[in-house]
Write a protein that binds this ligand. Structure first.
Ligand SMILES: Nc1nc2c(c(=O)[nH]1)N[C@H]1C(S)=C(S)[C@@H](COP(=O)(O)OP(=O)(O)OC[C@H]3O[C@@H](n4cnc5c(=O)[nH]c(N)nc54)[C@H](O)[C@@H]3O)O[C@H]1N2
Ligand SMILES: Nc1nc2c(c(=O)[nH]1)N[C@H]1C(S)=C(S)[C@@H](COP(=O)(O)OP(=O)(O)OC[C@H]3O[C@@H](n4cnc5c(=O)[nH]c(N)nc54)[C@H](O)[C@@H]3O)O[C@H]1N2
Ligand SMILES: [Mo]
Length: 814
């Protein structure tokens, strides 16, 4: 049977090394997708599940936020290897119930890897950890809701609770969740966006007036130039490669900007057509192996060159290269921008980018010669100190060429979680604008709190400093995903109550508050019969397209509830608790909301969404159309820019280089091919040729020699931040890899202990997960503890819940 989960963490001492692949996908991807699916689901369920994936009458893929092709253009198997793995994780036949928690103490679970935890299977029952206990035990749903309501009402103020959201939550659940939280009385709504594309949302809102990308899938396919900066699409958005393949066939050039020669940037073999499996296409026409954090300098240099060539061309009576009509009609700030980049410090550009002058010029020529350009970016751009300023420079260059609001051109931030953009649209935002709160208050007859709430980083501080006492998570794995693992773990253990609404076991269940609850919910693949009828939910993709999703599989357990049900039931319990015994929170506001009506028919939720969410009029009706509908986007639709100025804003930012002290390196933390964030599917980073090991640090050969290390050596990594004690992560294996000199890379979340809580992007407060100053030291353990799954073994204390903490004790290297 396909249901056996690993009994023990994989614990070999090997790492397997292969070559870096030159083309992504191909037949191997299909084979891997199928074998992983069969492993988790068996043959019949695999066939039934994958056939429904991303089809009009099926369910939306739970992996990334890349959009689906138009209704008539979908392949029979509209999925990718990693989408199939994501679905297999959820549709697995493995189960864990109360007997599992009786067998495994919480401190034992805290010593397990996220890989092992995730492989145990789907959660089947609500469970509780009572104060003082080291085990979860079964609890009824009613008792669980009463417990949460009681602890929330018992706080000094609603602001002492924090409500996290991960980006898989449906629009319906997200909308009701933020309604409940604001009716209760706080805006403490941190979400995964705070660690993800927040820098994008901030930069775009300030410059084009809306924090979302401006392109459609068709624009990508029809672009003259597609730039892919700081993104690894072959692994994280594999279906994007099909769009790039079409773009190339239509004549597009591709410019890849990335410290690593990621396989999915270089080539693609489309598994959907036979010819593709055989030959494949080359993707990047130009690849810039930029230094970590060098992007701002690159974009300023491109702007500088475009303006110079424009003047030269016009002086010679030519047509110029810059769209002055667009600039005059639609932008403000051009003059000061032009002045700012006129005297570019080329020395600084050279040092920041690590690129040759020829490479930079060639890149700028590609912009110059492109009739229409789409710029795509992801975490390699957003998770830096100067991320917001860098994205504004991307916008500047697009403005120069009038590359917004016309076919084949625009800004394309590629979102992460499949519904992270939708959750924001639904009000999951600690700083939601007043007009949203006005509409919400109007709809439900209460006065929402106006004070901005805590984002992710500030929520950790509030818990750490004893200012918040209850942590509630709608999905996700906050403890493992957040920066500064040691700090976040201590903060979480200080909480009075932690509640995790989850599908699968993860580290945040094991590092919990004095009291803790796990509330198991339906996943998107499963039939939702809440209220006795078949319910659909809706999601929004990276390109603002909203559509319905219907799960088809039988739920993993009869005890599961939907996220909508959980929110409605908690809203009712909290209203009842506050009516009986007044406490913290607005009981009247909660009591005035028709939770039962929402639970019985999600169409009622969509009707409220239509009245509250901007531009969502007739939401309930529009999502019923096959393929759904696209939310309006003024810059994209009509070149109108809803900024204060009424025009797009060009900005000037001083070029600032992150100086790395002598002997130190800049570390980026990234994803392997075999994980979805903290969910680890397996130990095979196939395209990069790294197998069995996750505790690795990819490093340039010259750096390995210069630092007196050898390829394969086991090292401890220290991170250095502004006078604070060094942070440590131990026992990482050095892997020689083509990354620029001075730049190293390690997998997330194993490297999260190294990301300082206070090191955040200016303007967005996102952790700088892609630029951590580190140094490497021969391992204190001598390499004895290197386990292939990234867990340390034979430390003698590896099961007391502190094994992972072993890597953060201060240690002065000799
Ligand atoms: N299979 C799978 N799919 C996923 C996810 C997953 O974990 N697994 N996660 C989802 C989520 S939430 C997100 S946000 C996205 C993440 O998608 P990505 O942003 O592609 O994810 P990362 O692995 O963080 O990769 C960042 C890329 O940026 C590059 N990079 C690092 N620093 C710099 C820099 O300074 N400049 C430039 N130009 N590049 C740099 C890295 O080399 C790497 O290729 O994917 C989503 N989809
Ligand atoms: N160092 C470093 N840290 C990072 C990043 C990085 O690049 N480097 N990336 C950041 C980014 S981009 C992001 S988005 C965050 C991700 O942070 P999170 O979104 O918090 O983390 P995930 O690993 O995606 O969460 C996985 C868990 O979600 C639960 N889950 C899955 N599906 C469902 C569902 O349908 N409903 C519910 N209720 N629960 C479900 C499962 O229990 C699973 O264990 O991490 C951030 N952290
Ligand atoms: Mo993300």
């Amino acid at each position: 049977m396909a249901t056996d989960a690993p009994v023990q963490d994989i614990d070999g001492l090997e790492i397997e090394r292969g070559h870096i692949h030159s083309k992504a996908a191909g037949a191997t991807a299909v084979a891997v997708a199928l074998s992983r699916s069969v492993e988790q689901m068996g043959v019949v369920r695999t066939a039934r599940t994958l056939a429904r994936l991303n089809q009009v009458d099926g369910f939306d893929c739970t992996s990334c936020a890349w959009p689906d092709p138009a209704t008539g253009e979908r392949h029979l198997a509209e999925f990718c290897e990693n989408g199939a793995k994501a679905v297999a994780e959820e549709a697995t036949l493995r189960r864990i119930g109360p007997e599992f928690f009786a067998r495994h103490s919480i401190s034992e679970l805290a010593g397990r890897t996220d890989y092992w935890l995730g492989q145990q299977g789907r959660l089947t029952h609500p469970v509780v950890k009572r104060a003082g206990s080291d085990h979860y035990e079964a609890i009824s749903w009613d008792d669980a809701f009463a417990l949460v309501a009681d602890r929330l009402a018992g706080l000094g103020s609603p602001d002492e609770a924090v409500f996290y959201t991960s980006g898989r939550t449906s629009n319906e659940a997200a909308f009701l969740y933020q309604t409940m939280i604001r009716a209760y009385g706080t805006n403490n709504l941190p979400d995964c966006s705070n660690m993800c594309h927040e820098s994008t949302s901030v930069a775009l809102a300030e410059t084009i007036g809306i924090g979302k990308g401006s392109v459609s899938l068709k624009d990508v396919q029809e672009a003259g130039l597609v730039v892919i900066a700081g993104q690894n699409p072959g692994t994280n958005h594999p279906r994007m490669l099909s769009a790039l393949e079409i773009a190339k066939k239509n004549g597009a050039k591709i410019l890849a900007v990335n410290p690593l020669p990621e396989t999915g940037l270089m080539g693609f073999k489309n598994p959907q057509h036979v010819g593709g499996v055989v030959k494949g296409v080359d993707l990047a026409d130009e690849y810039l192996p930029i230094r970590i954090g060098g992007d701002m300098a690159l974009w300023q240099a491109v702007g500088h060159l475009l303006l110079r060539w424009d003047s030269e061309s016009r002086a010679a009576g030519g047509p110029g290269v810059v769209d002055h009509d667009f600039l005059a009609q639609h932008t403000v700030g051009f003059e000061s921008y032009a002045e700012g980049v006129r005297d570019l410090d080329w020395d600084l550009v050279d040092r920041a980018t690590g690129l040759s002058r020829e490479q930079v010029v060639r890149a700028a020529e590609m912009f110059r010669d492109s009739p229409a350009t789409v710029v795509c970016w992801a975490m390699g751009v957003t998770q830096h100190r100067h991320a917001v300023a860098t994205i504004k420079e991307i916008v500047n260059v697009c403005m120069l060429k009038g590359d917004i609001g016309r076919p084949g051109a625009g800004l394309c931030p590629v979102r992460g979680h499949s519904n992270v953009q939708g959750d924001r649209t639904m009000g999951i935002w600690e700083k939601v604008p007043d007009h949203f709160l006005d509409a919400l208050g109007e709809e439900f007859g209460f006065e929402p709190p106006r004070k901005h709430g805590h984002d992710t980083v500030d929520s950790i501080r509030a818990l750490r400093d004893g200012e918040a006492h209850v942590f509630f998570a709608m999905g996700g794995n906050f403890v493992a995903a957040a920066p500064d693992t040691d700090v976040v773990e201590a903060a979480m253990r200080k909480a009075r109550l932690t509640v995790q609404v989850s599908t699968k076991l993860n580290h945040s269940h094991a590092v919990c508050g004095e009291e803790a609850l796990i509330l198991p919910v339906l996943g998107r693949t499963e039939r939702d019969l809440t209220g006795g009828r078949e319910q659909a939910i809706t999601v929004e993709d990276s390109m603002s397209a909203v559509h319905a999703s219907r799960g088809r599989l039988a739920p993993a357990s009869p005890h599961l509830r939907s996220e909508v049900d959980v929110v409605c039931s908690l809203g009712e319990a909290l209203a009842a608790r506050l009516a009986d015994r007044p406490g913290a929170g607005n009981g009247a506001a909660l009591a005035g909301i028709d939770w039962a009506g929402f639970r019985s028919d999600y169409t009622n939720v969509r009707r409220s969404i239509a009245r509250v969410v901007p531009s969502a009029a007739a939401y309930a009706e529009k999502v019923e159309r096959p393929g759904g509908f696209v939310l309006p986007h003024p810059p994209r639709d009509s070149r109108t820019f809803p900024t204060k100025e009424g025009k797009a804003v060009m900005t000037t930012s001083p070029l600032d280089l992150l100086e790395v002290p002598e002997g130190k390196l800049l570390l980026q933390t990234l994803r392997s091919h075999d994980q979805f964030n903290t969910t680890i599917y397996g130990l095979d980073d196939r395209y990069r040729g790294i197998k069995l090991a996750r505790r690795v640090v990819m490093m340039n050969e010259a750096d390995i020699a210069a630092h007196g290390l050898v390829d394969g050596q086991v090292v401890d990594i220290a991170s250095h931040w502004e006078g604070e004690d060094d942070r440590w992560a131990r026992d990482f294996r050095v892997v020689a890899y083509p990354t620029p000199v001075g730049c190293v890379a390690s997998y997330y979340p194993e490297s999260n202990p190294l990301v300082p809580l206070s090191s955040t992007a200016e303007g967005s407060n996102s952790p700088t997960s892609k630029s951590v100053v580190v140094s490497l030291h021969p391992a204190r353990s001598g390499g004895r503890h290197q386990g292939t799954d990234g867990e340390m073994r034979d430390t003698g204390d590896s099961m007391d819940g502190h094994a992972r903490r072993d890597d953060v004790q201060p240690h002065v290297p000799s």
